[in-house]
Design a protein around this ligand. Structure first.
Ligand SMILES: [Zn+2]
Length: 257
């Protein structure tokens, strides 16, 4: 069993462009505001904010395996566990987190064994196939068949809101995403890109069953009331957090606090 969540921008203490529940330090927010926002959010899950784990996201496709040694790496500025875009653990009670404002976060959980992961898939991570790479890594390193993995796609920027230029469109065409379901030309030099649709196909092609895949219908750009959007807010914005944690069996604690 896992606990997992994706925050909104509602209910925090931050003001201005990052109002109000900004979860990331790498914004124009004050550190103490981010910490207070995280406290408010993680209280729901009885999760100590000084023990959450996060990476510096670099729009790549690498995966890091996380253990108890990494506890709290990411809880304060400068403490992040590594530079990568996917975290995986088999240990209960480790709170894996990732941040986004338009990019997709992908949550992974094995159905019948304690193993979770979270990935950050923006345009570049998607182009590098991060979703499929996580599934392949789980299959190879843990001998888990992809049909035993559930995946959830977070709210992200929708196809109608996400326009890209020809240079980027060419990259996606070259990678095999020329179909109109993924990439659609609007006008000369202007294209629409569907990040969720591409990631869905990558997961299905990697062997995840459709019935084990869930996709949020919410768009971070359309829903200004609920979410930050890097594109809509022209970079001056906050970040939502994605969180996933394996529940400890029978409620016992596996490590001393
Ligand atoms: Zn939208």
């Amino acid at each position: 069993m896992t606990d997992h969540a994706f925050s909104t921008r509602i209910g925090g203490c931050s003001t201005g462009p990052v109002a109000s529940l900004n979860m990331a330090f790498h914004t124009e927010d004050k550190e103490e505001n981010v910490l207070e926002n995280r406290r408010r959010f993680f209280k729901i899950f009885d999760q100590n904010v000084m023990e959450i784990i996060s990476a510096i996201q670099i729009h790549g496709a690498d995966l890091a395996v996380i253990g108890y040694d990494n506890l709290g790496q990411g809880a304060i500025p400068g403490s992040a566990v590594c530079h990568c875009d996917a975290l995986l653990t088999t240990e209960p009670e480790l709170a894996l987190t990732a941040y986004s404002a338009d990019c997709l976060l992908i949550y992974f959980a094995a159905i019948d064994t304690p193993l979770i992961a979270i990935a950050h898939a923006g345009r570049r991570g998607t182009l590098q196939g991060i979703a499929g790479k996580v599934i392949k890594a789980i299959n190879k390193e843990y001998n888990l068949s992809p049909d035993r993995i559930q995946a959830v796609l977070s709210p992200a920027i929708c196809k109608n809101c996400y326009t890209i230029n020809s240079e980027i469109a060419v990259d996606f065409e070259a990678a095999g995403w020329a179909d109109r379901n993924y990439l659609e030309q609007l006008s000369s030099g202007k294209w629409k890109l569907d990040l969720a649709a591409i990631n869905k196909t990558q997961l299905l092609e990697a062997g995840v069953k459709g019935e084990n895949l869930e996709i949020s219908p919410l768009c971070t750009s359309c829903r200004n009331d609920l979410f930050y959007s890097y594109r809509r807010d022209q970079g001056r914005t906050g970040r939502m957090i994605g969180f996933i944690r394996i529940r400890s069996s029978r409620g016992e604690k596996r490590f001393e606090r």
